[in-house]
Design a protein around this ligand. Structure first.
Ligand code: C2E
Ligand code: CA
Ligand code: CA
Ligand code: CA
Length: 280
């Protein structure tokens, strides 16, 4: 580390400004992209390990700029800081429900899962917005799932519980995303109406070599089953991992081994091919 003298300040100052300028530029581009509807959704199907069917797909947001794709891990936080997250989230909900309607029209009653950041979950009229959107697009709320992280549950506990029960009342499914990272606690499963546990990729990627991960995974799945909560393993990349998940009683898998995220029409084509392979 350089000594923080006058020269140091002069050295680091412009660099910081440069960084802030880049972010501001990106934020302006993002605002523009939202206005001109340049963001799109892709959908990653999940395989139900009991039935061998595709029963749901997760909606993931994509932003391709002229300088290449920007990761949602970069632009979602940026949208939150820049006050764009609600406009962005409304667009995601609209596109996800439109896709669901397209699949249903093709007689594939696939549930669509949408990610909600803690800040999106905290909108006071969230339930009304979701209800209005499903109504507007003619999609049954039973075909909509939301994925939230534990970050949601460390906010105002009572109001979060109320919102979750109102969403359940509507008919939505609630999934707890990235389980096992951060401060995940089994107590969440008791205090909140969680239908699905999504086991984070971090516990899956070293299966089956890592015996600690094998033990942790089996335990999480055991607890979830005992509580009547479905489990989905994320980031399943190999046949071995898929076989392992089935063997330990995991309900569904999602990951590159089964399918990459696909656009809405490609997902339908994928489902058709999958059904043909399975002789349906
Ligand atoms: P996530 O919800 O945990 O989503 C799973 C991420 O893992 C996705 O990255 C997906 O493309 C990737 N993935 C899926 N299968 C595999 C696999 O087999 N191996 C590996 N290595 N990766 C896999 P993506 O699309 O880059 O999204 C990153 C994060 O951005 C998401 O993590 C989610 O937290 C957030 N995100 C994406 N779309 C939205 C959105 O519409 N709204 C909000 N609030 N957040 C979003
Ligand atoms: Ca997710
Ligand atoms: Ca996840
Ligand atoms: Ca994640």
């Amino acid at each position: 580390v350089k000594k923080a003298g006058r020269r140091g300040i002069r050295f680091f100052g412009p660099e910081m400004n440069e960084n802030a300028r880049v972010r501001l530029g990106l934020l302006n581009n993002l605002r523009q992209a939202i206005q001109s509807d340049d963001l799109r959704l892709v959908f990653q199907p999940r395989l139900d390990l009991h039935t061998g069917r595709i029963d749901s797909a997760e909606a993931l947001l994509r932003w391709n700029t002229k300088d290449g794709p920007v990761s949602p891990e970069v632009f979602i936080p940026l949208a939150e800081e820049g006050g764009l997250i609600h406009a962005l989230g409304d667009g995601v909900l609209h596109k996800a429900l439109s896709a669901q309607r397209q699949w249903s029209a093709d007689s594939h009653d696939i549930t669509v899962a949408v990610n909600l950041s803690p800040r999106q979950f905290a909108v006071p009229d969230l339930v009304e917005r979701i209800e209005a959107a499903t109504h507007r697009l003619g999609v049954s709320p039973e075909r909509l799932e939301i994925e939230i992280t534990e970050g949601v549950m460390i906010q105002n506990v009572e109001s979060v519980r109320r919102t979750m029960y109102a969403l359940k009342e509507l008919g939505l499914t609630i999934a707890l995303d990235d389980f096992g990272t951060g401060y995940s606690s089994l107590a969440y499963l008791k205090h909140f109406p969680i239908d699905i546990l999504k086991i984070d990729r971090a516990f899956v990627c070293e299966i089956p070599e890592n015996t600690q991960d094998v033990a942790i995974l089996s335990a999480i799945i055991g607890v979830a089953r005992a509580l009547g909560i479905r489990t989905i393993a994320e980031g399943v990349e190999t046949q071995e991992q898929a076989d392992f998940m089935k063997q330990v009683g995991c309900d569904a898998i999602q990951g590159y081994w089964f399918a990459r995220p696909l656009d809405s029409q490609s997902l339908l084509d994928f489902i058709h091919r999958h059904d043909v392979r399975a002789g349906r």
